[in-house]
Design a protein around this ligand. Structure first.
Ligand SMILES: [Zn+2]
Length: 81
């Protein structure tokens, strides 16, 4: 699992929301909402990536994920069926 800068931003954002929620809710609820939000966004991003990949399926190699150039993968060099 790679730890991207976007992920750090997400954690910081969720943490700020959690602190904000603590002003209105009991800390346990704020933490619970923050955790649910974090995993919700994580799974949403994963789903989005999958959808984008599916949409670009015509131009991306199924085995290595690189761009198809002239119906051929520059890495695998196999003709796309
Ligand atoms: Zn390939």
């Amino acid at each position: 699992m790679t730890f991207e800068r976007r992920e750090i931003l997400l954690i910081v954002g969720v943490f700020c929301v959690m602190i904000g929620l603590m002003a209105f809710l009991a800390p346990i609820f704020a933490v619970a909402i923050a955790v649910v939000t974090y995993f919700g966004i994580k799974s949403f991003v994963k789903w989005r990536k999958k959808q984008i990949r599916k949409a670009l399926g015509e131009s991306i190699c199924a085995s290595c994920g690189s761009k198809i150039v002239e119906n051929k993968c520059p890495i695998c060099d196999t003709t796309k069926v």
